[in-house]
Design a protein around this ligand. Structure first.
Ligand SMILES: CC(C)(COP(=O)(O)OP(=O)(O)OC[C@H]1O[C@@H](n2cnc3c(N)ncnc32)[C@H](O)[C@@H]1OP(=O)(O)O)[C@@H](O)C(=O)NCCC(=O)NCCS
Length: 172
């Protein structure tokens, strides 16, 4: 379900846009992305890592905005011959409105535009919503990294969409 256009700016003013839009993440979004990540992740990225990610080449760093508010993000980096989806988050008050799907679809569209590569990611084995989201994009289970998450020693499920897991080098 997508968010709808519901508001207006009052008589004589332009309508307020309530449809979700995707755009490139900017340095000025970092505080908002950090706030979302802190709300949804047990191990949020420190701000300096978000800043550093934005400064790199070979990344897909996008946000979803509604009006002027950042409501979600995806960070992905190209590692050797695969896109690695590093982090995904949607503000909890916007869950189940299609924002995560919109972000993943745009990230994959942008990745495919740059190069025809596969995509990989790690996700907590208990994270049913995210695993379900990734499966809708054709990600499949390719293995487990035991004890990957430092907060509770939880295993990570390794998922791939296309690409060849055996072809990946260890360089970025
Ligand atoms: C995972 C997450 C990004 C999904 O975002 P979202 O905007 O709520 O997802 P969408 O509304 O676009 O849902 C798309 C699909 O994902 C799956 N999904 C999303 N939330 C789900 C849930 N709570 N239970 C089961 N499936 C779910 C469904 O297949 C859904 O399709 P449907 O609504 O047609 O059934 C969001 O729950 C989140 O931010 N979680 C915390 C952070 C996180 O886990 N990030 C991933 C780290 S690897």
């Amino acid at each position: 379900m997508m968010a709808r256009v519901t508001g207006h700016g009052g008589r004589g003013k332009a309508p307020v846009e309530h449809r979700p839009r995707i755009r490139a993440m900017r340095m000025t979004d970092v505080a908002h992305v950090h706030a979302i990540d802190s709300a949804v992740s047990a191990i949020p990225w420190p701000r300096h890592m978000l800043h550093a990610e934005l400064g790199k080449s070979g990344t897909i760093d996008i946000v979803c905005v509604i009006g002027n508010e950042v409501v979600g993000f995806v960070l992905a980096s190209r590692y050797a011959d695969v896109w690695h989806v590093l982090n995904v988050g949607v503000r909890p008050d916007h869950w189940r409105r299609g924002i995560g799907r919109l972000l993943m679809a745009e990230a994959i569209t942008r990745g495919d535009t740059v190069a025809n590569l596969g995509y990989t990611l790690e996700v907590r084995v208990s994270n049913t919503p995210a695993i379900a989201l990734y499966r809708t994009f054709g990600f499949i289970d390719r293995g487990v990294r035991p004890g990957y998450y430092s907060d509770n020693n939880e295993d990570a499920l390794i998922m791939w969409r296309g690409g060849d897991p055996d072809d990946v080098g260890d360089g970025r």
